[in-house]
Write a protein that binds this ligand. Structure first.
Ligand SMILES: Nc1ncnc2c1ncn2[C@@H]1O[C@H](COP(=O)(O)OP(=O)(O)O)[C@@H](O)[C@H]1O
Ligand SMILES: [Mg+2]
Length: 252
């Protein structure tokens, strides 16, 4: 498809006998906001791993901007513009917000350099770091130690760190997990205000939150594609309600 940025064709990931992701095909348009939903164990994180390159799919094809990246390693996909956050935060608590941003930028541009053989950011990189912190609403917190940030701010920093790498597509794995209701609102506002040309794929359990953020929803169940649709259709989709509520339907 000409305006698609990401295409998955029959992607499968097996762990021994378990098909964690089973024959999933989908197409995401440039600038789209897409949610991947499904119960625990549905294969959502594994699908992200297959897209970002952390795991190589055991079958199928991943195409990003028209290029087959199915067997490209994670750093090549990151350099191509695929950026992700993890379900578990991955920050350096004894460093400041700004220092964590530097590590994020060096991770992309000079991954072979030692962390401690540090150099200064170039003016362009510094501007990129500042802009990313502002987008994540942490502009005023640059000199604060990460250990002094609230949990919500740490998730915002994680977002800023991925934004600093100038991604074309952002994969967010449960960005609001474990947050208080007020922290959730901030993270949702940050995501909503991200540049509209940035493609975002979001895994999130909080249905109200996710449906308020995306254009289109794909639902997985047991590794397989179950349903997709606009948020309004998803709210009333009986199959999705069934898998979330753990109900068996009388016949399928
Ligand atoms: N590295 C792994 N090795 C073996 N099994 C895994 C691994 N990662 C995930 N799984 C299994 O794959 C299935 C899908 O997991 P996951 O993708 O984490 O689901 P979700 O993110 O939707 O909760 C689960 O049954 C999980 O236990
Ligand atoms: Mg997961």
């Amino acid at each position: 498809m000409p305006d698609s940025i990401l295409t998955l064709d029959g992607v499968g990931v097996r762990f021994g006998g378990l098909k964690a992701v089973d024959d999933v095909s989908l197409c995401v348009k440039r600038g789209e906001r897409r949610a991947i939903i499904g119960p625990n164990g549905a294969g959502k994180t594994t699908l992200f791993n297959a897209i970002s390159g952390v795991i190589r799919p055991t079958s199928g094809r991943v195409t990003f901007e028209g290029r087959d990246v199915t067997s490209a390693p994670p750093h090549r996909r990151a350099a191509a513009g695929i950026s992700r956050t993890f379900q578990i935060t991955n920050l350096f608590p004894s460093l400041t917000v700004r220092e964590n941003m530097e590590l994020a930028i060096w991770g992309l541009v000079a991954r072979k350099f030692s962390f401690f053989g540090s150099r200064k950011l170039t003016a362009g990189e510094d501007a990129r770091a500042k802009r990313a912190l502002e987008l994540a609403r942490l502009g005023a917190r640059a000199d604060v130690l990460v250990s002094a940030l609230s949990y919500g701010e740490q998730r915002q920093l994680e977002l800023a760190m991925t934004l600093a790498t100038s991604p074309k597509m952002l994969l967010l794995d449960e960005p609001a997990a474990g947050l208080s209701p007020s922290e959730r609102i901030i993270v949702a506002d940050v995501i909503r205000a991200l540049p509209t040309d940035l493609t975002i794929i979001l895994i999130e359990h909080d249905m109200d939150l996710v449906l308020s953020l995306v254009d289109w929803v794909t639902c997985l169940s047991n590794g397989r594609f179950l349903a997709e649709g606009a948020p309004a259709e998803i709210r009333t989709n009986a199959d999705i309600q069934d898998v979330y509520l753990g109900r068996a339907r009388p016949h399928a």
